[in-house]
Design a protein around this ligand. Structure first.
Ligand code: PFF
Length: 456
């Protein structure tokens, strides 16, 4: 019966389009903006190793679980969870997992859009040649002045939300398929160029050492939680984004193969971003742990100095905006599909409702960089709180329950059938991972972060 289910929202034209769309969702601000600055804040190499372990042992198995659940259910994550739970003779309350995903999507997009707005404004700045010949200090002043101006931040946030809603309203397929096809490879090439520039600085080796030489004394329990949270964030896991994309996946496509491709592409982009940024940080005497402004304070220095830097800078920020764009649409898709399915809304109306809600919530993040910058809870601003709550708590919890659902609630044969492993060895590796290793690992990281156990 499940084999016959079709999504009312359409289907990707091929497995390859799914890979592009899911990579589009995964590769975004998380790789280029967030990965470098949290690596900087958490001491470098050791953090990177924990992060890579989390991608392999937690991220990859959960991504497979999320895709298979999505394809089996072929509805919005809320309805998929309910349908599959009831089919397995379990409580319809499993739909709460879908609900927490929708909420996480709203919360993440509300700040994601503000940061994407920063990148948009940097397209304009690079294009007008503002950075040419400037030193790190002046570039830092430009950034601080920008953050201090809520009207500007608000303007760019609004524009980015409008762009996002535009694509989502048209249906994920038509707009997105074309865009990701050439944007992702172009971004990759530009990152290589930046790494090339970083090689020409006198601190390339220092940058690489920072990124790849582990010093485990520098990482804390909270650092491990941040690394795990980021594995979820960067792969778009734990909130139904990959689940809804999986629901548009043709039945014949291999889930394991596609998952590896996505995870590898995502990881390579993050590491390249780190390799481009840290040499620039060290050769200009900047602070690796300076926080969310890191790429906006470092990359313009490089663009200001390299030949044709204004052109490359503009191109880079354009591509960053596109990468953010293809991630943003997946953050809101679970909510939109639910509104269409359960409230009979047109896609456009559903987009307007969810887009407006997110946009409004974004105001909190805009203010947290200026007029509310002193308003903190547990020492965190509104933006910090949203980021911490979603990436480090909501996504890992969502992922934990997704793993439990695929491994303990769904029937083993149904899961096996959906994964369509040609050789049983793949299933024999994945199943115990998602049944025991992954859930236990997530719980251990949580307990370690709250100090209930000590990993040393
Ligand atoms: N993976 C995206 C990034 O790294 O920028 C962010 C993201 C998208 C997180 C979609 C969660 C999500 F569902």
């Amino acid at each position: 019966m499940a084999e016959g289910r079709q999504s009312i929202h359409g289907q990707w034209s091929s497995r390859w389009v799914f890979v592009l769309a899911a990579t589009g969702s995964a590769v975004g601000l998380g790789n280029i903006w967030k990965f470098p600055y949290i690596t900087g804040e958490n001491g470098g190499g050791a953090f990177v190793i924990v992060y890579l372990l989390c991608i392999a042992l937690i991220g990859v198995p959960i991504m497979m679980a999320e895709i298979l659940i999505g394809r089996r259910g072929r509805q919005s994550p809320i309805n998929t969870m309910r349908t599959l739970a009831v089919e397995s003779g379990r409580s319809a309350h499993w739909q709460l997992l879908g609900w927490s995903g929708v909420l996480a999507g709203f919360l993440i997009l509300s700040f994601y859009s503000v940061i994407a707005g920063w990148a948009m404004s940097y397209v304009a700045r690079s294009g007008s040649g503002v950075f040419v010949g400037l030193g790190a200090e002046q570039i830092d002043e430009i950034f601080s002045a920008f953050l201090a101006d809520p009207t500007s931040l608000f303007f760019w946030h609004t524009l980015f939300m409008l762009m996002t809603m535009f694509v989502v309203a048209r249906g994920v397929r038509s707009g997105l398929e074309q865009a990701v096809r050439f944007l992702m490879p172009s971004l990759f090439i530009l990152l290589l160029l930046l790494v090339g520039y970083a090689m020409s600085t006198d601190a390339f080796v220092t940058g690489l050492e920072f990124l790849f030489t582990p010093d485990f004394s520098k990482i804390t329990g909270n650092g491990v939680l941040v690394a795990m949270g980021h594995a979820f964030f960067t792969l778009s896991l734990g909130m139904g984004a990959i689940m809804i994309y999986g629901s548009y996946l043709p039945q014949s496509a291999s889930i394991a193969g596609t998952t590896f491709t996505i995870a590898i592409a995502d990881t390579v982009v993050a590491l390249l971003a780190g390799m481009a940024i840290f040499p620039i940080v060290f050769s200009n005497g900047l602070e690796p742990g300076s926080g969310p402004g890191l790429i906006f304070q470092t990359l313009p220095v490089a663009f200001g100095q390299m030949p044709a830097g204004a052109v490359f800078g503009t191109l880079f920020f354009i591509l960053l905006v596109f990468a953010a764009w293809s991630s943003a649409i997946s953050l809101i898709e679970p909510a939109v599909t639910w509104l269409v399915e359960n409230h009979g809304m047109k896609r456009l109306t559903a987009c307007l409702v969810s887009g407006f809600t997110t946009w409004l919530l974004g105001v909190g993040t805009v203010f947290s960089f200026n007029i509310w910058s002193d308003a903190t809870l547990f020492g965190k601003t509104f933006f910090d709180l949203l980021d911490y709550l979603t990436a480090n708590i909501m996504l890992p919890l969502g992922g934990l329950f997704i793993a439990l659902f695929a491994a303990w609630i769904m029937k083993r044969d149904a899961v096996r059938d959906e994964l369509g492993f040609k050789q049983s060895v793949g299933f024999r590796i994945w199943y115990p991972l998602v049944r025991y290793v992954t859930p236990v690992a997530v719980v251990i990281v949580f307990l370690n972060a709250i100090g209930a156990i000590d990993l040393g």
